[in-house]
Design a protein around this ligand. Structure first.
Ligand SMILES: *Cc1c(COP(=O)(O)O)cnc(C)c1O
Length: 401
């Protein structure tokens, strides 16, 4: 079931539950897992027709699998894109986008506050094949324009950014990209289509790490790219040859995750909003980064382009690294891990984990201070999480309740 252009448009929650399902002759209610590497033909002639592309249909699960297809059709419908290509991880979604669409000599302009492995992929690997990248302040559309060259083909943006939750203006940056003949790709991992739909704001490509909120329970790695038929065809052709495709089992986990995504995102966001507001008034905290707070520089923009501020928050403790580590070690509910988007709340010290490979100067420039703590708020009872943060603050500051 997808949107019928002749009928009234289906709501996002309906698409999340129903889009992409192709019920088999077994009349199953829940989508099946097609755990098979290859598919069988009725005749040699049919095999030839499938391989030549004359006849549509399944061939081999590196590039055609019905469970993966259901996930792809569902996510494409939710993002409002023509086509989705599923990948083995979020990083392979970014790899397939770059190598599917770009060639030697092409140039990327990217936001500076990108996921660390994305920076590594662009700066250390794409560069070896003659694809160069300029990193800019993502919140300043003029900086994107100033960084373009005649070779610029791709703008790459993450909003909100991780871990500082900077908000960049997707519509304004899309305009700059198109004026320079470039595509705008948005990594929509932190919001998911439940909270933000970049294609509706003018972006050309949406990237996902399905590992995070789309799974929602910290079980499986996966990724996806969504966009128009033409661009996704190029991404698909790269993936079909190169191989980092999504497994049918993981596709099944993710497509079931999509069914509850909107509910979960609203719950993550409501809990994060409550905790951010509470943290703002606590002693020992220099600053809380959360776009739902009126003091956040991206507050108004987030309110325009997102339907809720999201489940991630960060804050700076006055006591630097010692305070941050004492805080983290005192928590009894939150798990110390770098993953996010899990039903279980997770806590991270970015300076010594996710951002530890940056130099101290790079970290300072990026705003990743020694006292910074990131919380990916889960789905536990909010009062219990607040009590956990209170334990952390007492350990960090020595302040009694
Ligand atoms: C985790 C993450 C990725 C990479 O995804 P993997 O599934 O770990 O490969 C990319 N972008 C963002 C914003 C992420 O949080």
């Amino acid at each position: 079931m997808t949107n019928d252009p002749k009928g009234p448009p289906l709501g996002p929650e309906t698409l999340a539950v129903r889009a992409g399902q192709h019920r088999t002759a077994e009349a199953e209610q829940s989508e099946p897992i097609f755990a098979t590497s290859s598919f069988v033909y009725e005749s040699a002639a049919q095999a030839a027709a499938r391989f030549s592309g004359e006849e549509p249909g399944n061939i081999y699960s590196r590039f055609t699998n019905p469970t993966v297809r259901t996930f792809q059709e569902r996510l494409a419908a939710m993002e409002g894109g023509e086509r989705c290509v599923a990948t083995a991880s979020g990083m392979s979604a970014i790899l397939a986008t770059g190598l599917g669409l770009l060639s030697q000599g092409d140039h990327i302009v990217a936001g500076r506050q990108l996921f660390g492995s994305t920076v590594g992929l662009f700066a250390n690997h794409f560069s070896r094949f003659g694809i160069t990248t300029t990193f800019v302040d993502a919140t300043d559309p003029d900086a994107w324009a100033a960084a373009t060259t005649p070779a610029t083909k791709l703008f790459f943006l993450e909003t909100p950014s991780n871990p500082l939750l900077e908000i960049a203006d997707i519509a304004a940056i899309a305009e700059v990209a198109h004026a320079h003949g470039a595509w705008l790709a948005v990594d929509n991992c932190l919001c998911t289509p439940a909270l933000q739909r970049p294609l509706e704001l003018g972006a050309d490509i949406v990237i996902h790490s399905a590992t995070k909120y789309i799974d929602g329970q910290g079980r499986a790695l996966g990724g996806a790219v969504v966009g128009s038929e033409a661009e996704m065809g190029a991404v698909y052709n790269f993936l079909r040859s190169a191989g980092p495709t999504m497994s049918p089992f993981n596709a099944w986990i993710f497509l079931k995750g999509l069914e509850t995504l909107s509910l979960r995102m609203r719950a993550h966001s409501a809990a994060a909003g409550e905790l951010a507001a509470w943290l703002e008034g606590q002693p020992g905290i220099a600053r809380v980064h959360y776009p739902g707070l009126a003091a956040h520089p991206g507050h108004d923009l987030a309110a325009r382009q997102q339907s809720a501020p999201g489940g991630l928050l960060a804050f700076e403790l006055e006591g630097g690294r010692a305070a941050a580590w004492a805080f983290i070690d005192a928590l009894e509910i939150a798990s110390i891990t770098a993953n996010l988007g899990d039903a279980k709340t997770t806590v991270t010290h970015p300076a010594t984990t996710t951002h530890s490979r940056m130099t101290p100067e790079q970290r300072e420039e990026a705003g990743i201070t020694e006292g910074l703590v990131r919380i990916a708020v889960g789905l536990e009872t909010v009062a219990d999480l607040r009590a956990d943060l209170q334990r952390g603050l007492e350990a960090a500051t020595g302040v009694a309740p």
